[in-house]
Design a protein around this ligand. Structure first.
Ligand code: SAM
Ligand code: SF4
Length: 342
C-alpha cells in the first residue's frame, strides 16, 4: 500500500498573503529555537563555537508571537529546528501552543535524536506530527568523529522511542561526505527499510566560517549515491513531495521513500516556498543569501506583535531569486547552519 505524504492529503491551497516578487507563495516557516547544541558536527559547527548571549535569543513568547503572525498570513507548515531544538528549555510549552494555531496544517521538528528517548512521547502528545532525525552513520567511532562529541547508542535509542511514540512519519537525514561516510549509504537505507523510516541524503552546503582543515567539504553528489543504491534496489522516481527541496524515489519492495536534497547538483530555488527565522529573530529569505529582516527588533518594540504582519509582508519583496552555492565550495555564507536553522 502506498503511504500518502501529508502534503498529498492537505486541502487545496488556501492562498497565502505572502507572495514574493517571483510569484512564489511562502507557506512554510523554519524556526530555529536555539543556536545551541549538544553535538559539534564537522559540517555544521566549528570545534570552538561561541554561542549567542541569551538576551539576544528570542524568548518562547516571542517565538510564539512570530509563529502566530506567520500562520495568520497564510503559512501552513512550521518546522522547529536549531541548533538542537530539544536542548531548548520548556520547548514543549511552545510546541503545544504552535500546534493549536488555527490554520496551521502541520508542526514538525528536526532533531539530532540525542534527547528523543526522553522527549519523543511528550512531543507527539504536544502535537508534532512528523519528525526528521539526523543520522549520518551507523558506526559508533565514525559517529563520534562526525559529531565530535555524540554517542550513537543514544541516538539509536531515540529513534526507537520515536518509532514507539506514534508519529505519522519519521525521516532520517544523512549528510554524505566523500571519504567520510559515503561507503555507508546502502547500510543506511537498509536500516531505514528495516524500520519503515523514510531517508533523505543531503549534499553538504558551505555554511559557516570554518578553517579549511575544519570544513569537511568533500561533496558527494546525489547522483553518486543513487548509483551506489541502484546496485541493490531499483529506484523509481516518484512525483511525491513534502513541500521541500527533496526529490523522492521508491523501491518496489518497500513502503519507504528515499530522498535526495541536492542544492549543488539540482537547483530547487524556482519552487522555494519557505523562509527561515534564526534563533536571534532574523528572518532569512534564502538559505544561501544574506537578505534578511530583523523581526526581533520589531517584536521588542512597544507595538510588539501587532507590527509583525506588515514587516513580514514587506520582507517578501527582498526574497532573492535563488542561492548561489557552487560545487567548488568557494561561495561561503558566513553564517553557521545551527544559527541559520537548517
Ligand atoms: N540539530 C538538529 C539536527 O542535527 O537534526 C537540527 C538542526 S541541523 C542544522 C538540521 C540539518 O541540517 C541536519 O540534518 C544537519 O545534518 C543538516 N546540516 C547541518 N549543516 C549542514 C551543512 N553544512 N550542509 C548540509 N546540511 C547540513
Ligand atoms: Fe548540532 Fe544539528 Fe549542527 Fe549537528 S547538525 S552540530 S546536531 S545543530
Amino acid at each position: 500500500m502506498l503511504n500518502l505524504c501529508p502534503s498529498d492529503r492537505s486541502s487545496p491551497a488556501s492562498m497565502s498573503e505572502l507572495v514574493d516578487n517571483f510569484g512564489r507563495e511562502v507557506t512554510y516557516l523554519r524556526m530555529s529555537v536555539t543556536d545551541r547544541c549538544d553535538f559539534r558536527c564537522v559540517y555544521c559547527m566549528s570545534e570552538q563555537m561561541t554561542f549567542l548571549p541569551r538576551p539576544q535569543i528570542l524568548s518562547l513568547e516571542e517565538l510564539l508571537a512570530i509563529g502566530r503572525a506567520f500562520v495568520g498570513l497564510g503559512v501552513r507548515r512550521i518546522r522547529l529546528t536549531g541548533g538542537e531544538p530539544l536542548v531548548r528549555r520548556n520547548l514543549l510549552w511552545l510546541v503545544e501552543r504552535l500546534a493549536q494555531l488555527p490554520g496551521l496544517d502541520e508542526l514538525t521538528l528536526t532533531t539530532n535524536g540525542s534527547q528523543l528517548a526522553r522527549l519523543a512521547g511528550p512531543l507527539a502528545s504536544a502535537g508534532v506530527r512528523r519528525l526528521n532525525i539526523s543520522l549520518d552513520t551507523l558506526r559508533p567511532e565514525r559517529f563520534r568523529a562526525l559529531t565530535r562529541v555524540g554517542e550513537l547508542s543514544r541516538v539509536l535509542a531515540g529513534i526507537e522511542a520515536a518509532r514507539a511514540a506514534g508519529f505519522e512519519r519519521i525521516k532520517l537525514n544523512a549528510v554524505i561526505l566523500r571519504h567520510r561516510n559515503d561507503d555507508e549509504v546502502v547500510e543506511l537505507v537498509r536500516f531505514a527499510r528495516d524500520r519503515a523510516l523514510d531517508i533523505a541524503f543531503i549534499e553538504e552546503m558551505p555554511l559557516g566560517q570554518m578553517r579549511q582543515d575544519e570544513r569537511a567539504l568533500e561533496l558527494q553528489p546525489s547522483r553518486a549515491i543513487r548509483t551506489a543504491l541502484a546496485r541493490h534496489w531499483p529506484l523509481l522516481p516518484t512525483p511525491e513531495e513534502t513541500g521541500g527541496p527533496a526529490r523522492y524515489y521508491r523501491m518496489p519492495d518497500s513502503d519507504i521513500r528515499v530522498g535526495f536534497i541536492s542544492p549543488h547538483s539540482q537547483n530547487f530555488c524556482h519552487s522555494c516556498n519557505r523562509v527561515r527565522l534564526t534563533a536571534a529573530g532574523r528572518l532569512l529569505l534564502c538559505l544561501g543569501q544574506e537578505h534578511s529582516v530583523d523581526l526581533r527588533a520589531i517584536v521588542r518594540q512597544p507595538a510588539g506583535a501587532a507590527a509583525l504582519p506588515k514587516a513580514i509582508r514587506g520582507a517578501m519583496a527582498i526574497k532573492p531569486e535563488g542561492h548561489s552555492f557552487d560545487p567548488a565550495g568557494t561561495t561561503q555564507i558566513v553564517r553557521f547552519m545551527n544559527l541559520t536553522g537548517g
